[in-house]
Design a protein around this ligand. Structure first.
Ligand code: 8X3
Length: 267
């Protein structure tokens, strides 16, 4: 731990501070925005800097009580992540690390599994989370009341045909999160896992289906109200704002219309 962190005032005496990954779009963006609206100082991590700038501008325009600071980088780039951690530590540390970055590529069955897609998903979901946790855990431990929130998926607990690569990646991230929870309890770092089911965001299915907009629309066809990025953001922020001794350690959330992975009500 750096001198700066040890000598800094307790971070929770000042505005609360978070690092949120995946903040260029979807659930990550909505979570960063909601935190800023509730007064948090947010380092918004994503690969697309213009989108992060736009998010920071929106937060400023809204005169949100908190702020968004763009931190453009790829969460699997260990050197860039370490550099950000050094900067954040020097600026006072953080109360929470919120790992939202990730996603799906492809829907092939195992028999036709695309190694490139599988590698991408493992890197983005599992290794990205590892890289961020490794860099930020020292300051979260020093904080004394830090939190890590990992966004996994219901795909981390239920497999489905065509989901294997994504199931494997999300189950991997889920396993990492469970071990982290055990390892960090004695360091007073709270570990929260949020596992959403069907969430209609602008990019999740589009990217998974290689940019095929018609196929992406079909995923949500007839579903009256899939979850939105804002629904998930609200749950993440709620879990983070609960008193530190209260740990919603695994939050499974689905739209009402998705009773189970295989049972979706379409009207
Ligand atoms: C996304 C949920 O149902 O597509 O994380 O696997 S699902």
């Amino acid at each position: 731990m750096t001198e700066t962190m040890n000598s800094a005032p307790h971070p929770s005496a000042a505005p609360r501070r978070a690092v949120v990954t995946g903040a260029s779009a979807g659930i990550g963006r909505a979570t960063a925005l909601e935190l800023a609206r509730r007064g948090w100082h947010v380092y918004a991590v994503g690969r697309r800097s213009e989108r992060l700038d736009e998010l920071a501008a929106q937060t400023a325009d809204e005169q949100a009580p908190g702020a968004v600071v763009p931190a453009p980088l790829d969460v699997t780039d260990a050197a860039a992540v370490e550099a950000l951690a050094g900067r954040v530590a020097a600026e006072g540390g953080v109360d929470a690390l919120v790992n939202i970055a990730g996603g799906a590529r492809g829907t092939e069955h195992v028999a036709a599994g695309d190694t490139e897609n599988w590698e991408w998903m493992y890197r983005a979901n599992v290794l990205g989370t590892l890289t961020m946790c490794r860099a930020f855990l020292p300051m979260l431990r020093a904080h004394g009341r830090g939190s890590v929130l990992n966004l996994t998926s219901t795909a981390a607990i239920v497999a489905y045909e065509g989901g294997a690569g994504y199931n494997a990646a999300k189950m991997g991230q889920h396993g990492l999160t469970a071990a982290l929870c055990l390892e960090e309890a004695e360091h007073d770092v709270r570990v929260i896992e949020v596992l959403p089911g069907m969430v209609h965001t602008e990019e999740f299915s589009l990217r998974r289906l290689g940019g095929d907009a018609a196929a992406a629309d079909k995923v949500y066809a007839g579903v009256e109200k899939p979850l939105t990025a804002e629904d998930v953001a609200e749950v993440c922020v709620h879990a983070l704002e609960l008193p530190h001794h209260v740990n919603l350690d695994q939050i499974v959330m689905r739209p009402l219309a998705q009773a189970a992975q295989h049972k979706v009500i379409r009207r």
